[in-house]
Design a protein around this ligand. Structure first.
Ligand code: ATP
Ligand code: MG
Length: 562
């Protein structure tokens, strides 16, 4: 049993109840069952954290089961990506299994259904079948093929299997009840003809089992104790149980399906099919585009596995549908990076600043703290010289009192360095500032202990030494959608809400040289700018950074008042 009972989620409560009713802990077994038709997204992370979390809590095995019953949509690439993502999130499955491993068993059980008068081959097409389905308030009609003999059904089903029939011409249906209040119980289809090559079974099969038939029986084969799925399957539970009844043997454990609410996140979508549209139609640059809500996109963006797990834990497991604010996800990564990301200086929109009283050929190496939040993080060396870049928006010729950055005739501290005062500017013919001329106070060096170093000035700005700086590309991301719930409109396609300005590329940013050897996925705080992570597109000549998340930007708010 779980130790701290006060923090149980409702699924854990169900497990606890089963244990207290005599179920043996050793019988607990869970699974995560993705369909390999796309990459995993942050919604799947909820299910992964829940199922693998149960495994850790109860020291029980968790299977990774690929639900691969639709060869038209499934590919090996997705299988590989799903495995990579789960491992990266920090979880380890017990067995790697495939629904397609059970095709023979499922077929044999379908024969059993036919023999027991519980299934029949229907020669009608899908429209005819749909027409007979009825409505929630009106009973359905029996198919004219419902009362075929067992022998006839066996013969036709074998022909379906052998490929004697075309796609769409015949299906195998469970014989349940065309007047059931639950529409899913009205003789659901369990097999259809599909003449497609399957990523694992090749051309062995011309028929493929439907989700409902496959899922519960796979749980039974694997002896999954708790089969946890999302709320839209609540209505399917009756069918899940009916299918189990047909094959259940008292000696075995009987799986139970339980449902929790899907994880929805504001300003994004959570559907592999729709995410795939974004990839295939070129709205984003692949499944791992840092704007995507995929696990691989978040990873490339600079999210850590623990930030995603912590987010999942805080967002919790719910019985009712709800939308989680994307700011909660951002909070978690910011919180973590604040503790672990080394601080460096980078200038994204450079303007040249010359310290006119600093000797021309002088260079100094200054010491800078790697992370004020972490005493053990130590110091790094930052070169300083006469010509530096500062952020263009950190200078104004004139500004009111609330502008705490550099302005003419006023002082500001260069982070880790000296206090400077702006004296004049040089402009090009369009009036654009090309140089800012300053003087520095030689005695004001940070950390030198002098009186002048302790002098308080209102603002501190970051900078890089031009001679030493590395040119870098920086990719700034905004939300991929302009609407909080792009997927929620009946009359509008989610793609209408794509934010045309979700990516801004800066190809001539400058970073301090201490991070020359930064590796893919290393994260940094660019001081005053945000958290940035090294992109896989980086080369030895040029680093490329993704902005993971901005710092909470108090400047932006104040700017409006200036
Ligand atoms: P999609 O529409 O994105 O393909 P799906 O539910 O069809 O979603 P599956 O690959 O079948 O995707 O899902 C694997 C598991 O992850 C299932 O148990 C499913 O219920 C769960 N899951 C999928 N999306 C979410 C979500 N948004 N929140 C919580 N669990 C989810
Ligand atoms: Mg699906």
């Amino acid at each position: 049993m779980k130790e701290e009972n006060n923090s149980l989620n409702f699924i854990e409560q169900i497990v606890e109840e089963d244990l207290s009713n005599g179920m043996d802990n050793s019988k607990l077994r869970f699974r995560f069952p993705p369909e390999p038709n796309g990459y995993l997204h942050i919604g799947h992370a909820a299910s992964i954290c829940l199922n693998f979390g149960l495994g850790l809590t109860y020291k029980s095995p968790v299977n990774l089961r690929f639900d691969d019953t639709n060869p038209a949509k499934e590919e090996q690439e997705y299988v590989d990506a799903i495995k990579t993502d789960i491992k990266w999130l920090g979880f380890q499955w017990d067995k790697e299994l495939y629904s397609s491993d059970y095709f023979q068993q499922l077929y044999d059980w379908a024969l059993l259904l036919i023999k027991n008068g519980k299934a029949y081959v229907d020669d009608q097409n899908s429209e005819q079948i749909a027409q007979q389905k009825g409505t929630p308030t009106q009973n359905g009609e029996n198919s004219p093929f419902r009362n075929r003999t067992v022998a006839e059904n066996l013969d036709l089903f074998e022909k379906m299997k052998n490929g004697d029939f075309e796609e769409g011409s015949h299906v195998l249906r469970a014989k349940i009840d065309m007047s059931s209040a639950n529409m899913l119980m009205r003789d659901p289809i369990i097999y259809r003809v599909l003449k497609k090559t399957h990523h694992r079974t090749g051309n062995d099969w011309n028929i493929y089992p439907m989700y409902d038939w496959t899922h519960g029986e796979s749980d039974y084969i694997e002896q999954i104790s708790h089969s946890i799925c999302t709320l839209e399957f609540k209505n399917h539970r009756e069918l899940y149980d009916w299918f189990l009844d047909q094959v259940y043997n008292m000696k075995n454990l009987r799986p139970k399906q339980r449902e929790f609410a899907r994880r929805n996140l504001s300003y994004t979508i959570m559907s592999k099919r729709k995410l795939r549209e974004l990839v295939e139609e070129g709205y984003v640059n692949g499944w791992d585009d840092p704007r995507m809500p995929t696990i691989s996109g978040l990873r490339r963006r600079g999210y850590t596995p623990s930030s995603i797990r912590d987010f999942s834990a805080t967002a919790g497991i719910s019985k009712r549908d709800n939308v989680v604010d994307i700011a909660l996800l951002e909070f978690h990564i910011k919180n973590e990076l604040n503790k672990i990301a080394p601080r460096v200086m980078a200038v994204l929109d450079p303007v040249k600043l010359i310290i006119t009283n600093y000797p021309e050929n002088k260079e100094e190496i200054l010491n800078a703290e790697n992370n004020p939040e972490d005493e053990t993080a130590g110091f790094r060396e930052v070169p300083f010289s006469r010509e530096i870049y500062i952020e263009r928006e950190d200078f104004r010729e004139q500004a009111n009192k609330k502008f705490f950055r550099l302005k003419l005739d006023k002082e500001v501290r260069l982070k880790n360095a000296y206090i400077i005062k702006a004296n004049s500017v040089v402009k090009d013919e369009t009036g654009n500032i090309t140089e800012i001329h300053c003087t520095y106070d030689e005695d004001s060096k940070s950390g030198s202990g002098s009186e002048a170093s302790k002098r308080k000035v209102k603002g501190t700005i970051h900078w890089v030494s031009i001679k030493h700086a590395l040119q870098a590309e920086v990719r700034l991301y905004d939300r991929l959608f302009t609407d909080e719930a792009p997927d929620s409109y009946k009359d509008k396609n989610f793609k209408e809400f794509i934010n045309p300005n979700s990516l801004k590329i800066i190809s001539d940013a400058f970073v301090e040289p201490s991070i020359k050897n930064a590796k893919n996925e290393d994260s940094f705080q660019f001081q005053r700018m945000g958290y940035f992570s090294v992109d896989k597109d980086s080369t030895t000549d040029k680093l490329v950074f993704n902005r993971t998340v901005p710092l909470r930007d108090s400047w932006a708010k104040m700017e409006k008042k200036i």
